[in-house]
Ligand binder design. Structure first.
Ligand code: 1PZ
Length: 215
């Protein structure tokens, strides 16, 4: 039926949306960036309700960005580059401490951007994993190397507990719905450079404008 067809979910399509993210002159389209995250969240939700507190925060962040894209200044929110320029020129970003712009596009996207680094590290581990590798360990290592540095103790604790609930490597590959493990590995090999490039371009842009520590 149509309903079942709708639920069919393939991680390959999601990771491919990161291909659409980059414009010819290497700007990052917010529309596709957000679409990529939507797909990842759908995937996360399919892993179980223990990940609800994670997806809830991500959904929240995405909604903030979508609201910016849909409001009267939406034309300034076409790419990450135009968003940064617009918000900085119009003093719409809290630069050193939280103030009148707690939901700036810049600080909101930064949270997703940091999570994208986790994703990159995690997927790279998954790609090169052995049959007996544990997803929970790969996930925790990737987290400790990236996102955890920006999280308080309580969040790190909760995240660590959630990681233990991840399905094993083979079931995890199955949920990705890409095919045999070899096909998953091949797909990851294709998708990872795209994700890395989007990450690096955003990272350089934020570094250039001193935005990497936005409150
Ligand atoms: C497959 C297993 C999924 C593990 C995902 C690893 C990320 C763990 C993150 C746990 C944190 C969630 C609770 C929210 C924390 C927020 O405080 C922070 C900072 O935002 P602020 O408080 O400054 O507004 N939010 C984030 O760091 C964004 C986290 C987004 C995580 C998205 C994960 C999507 C996973 C896709 C899976 C394929």
């Amino acid at each position: 039926s149509v309903a079942v067809e709708d639920q069919k979910f393939c991680l390959k399509e999601v990771l491919n949306t990161f291909k659409l993210c980059l414009s010819e002159n290497k700007e990052v389209y917010l529309e596709h960036y957000v679409a990529g995250w939507r797909g990842l969240i759908k995937f996360l939700n399919s892993l179980g309700s223990v990940f609800g507190f994670i997806s809830k925060d991500a959904v929240n962040k995405i909604q903030i960005l979508v609201n910016h894209m849909n409001d009267e200044n939406g034309s300034q929110y076409v790419t990450v580059q135009s968003m940064v320029k617009y918000e900085l020129e119009n003093e719409l970003v809290d630069l050193t401490k939280r103030g009148s712009h707690p939901e700036s596009g810049c600080r909101t996207l930064l949270r997703l951007h940091r999570a994208l680094r986790w994703l990159e590290l995690f997927l790279e581990r998954l790609r090169t994993s052995k049959e007996d590798s544990k997803t929970s360990v790969m996930c925790a290592e990737a987290y400790n190397e990236s996102l955890s540095q920006h999280h308080p103790w309580v969040v790190r604790k909760a995240a660590g507990m959630a990681f233990c609930m991840l399905p094993g490597r083979l079931s995890f590959f199955e949920v990705m719905n890409v095919g045999q493990p070899e096909q998953v590995v091949a797909m990851l090999g294709e998708a990872l450079p795209l994700i890395s490039e989007v990450y690096q371009i955003t990272e350089d842009l934020y570094a250039q404008h001193n935005l990497l520590e936005l409150p």
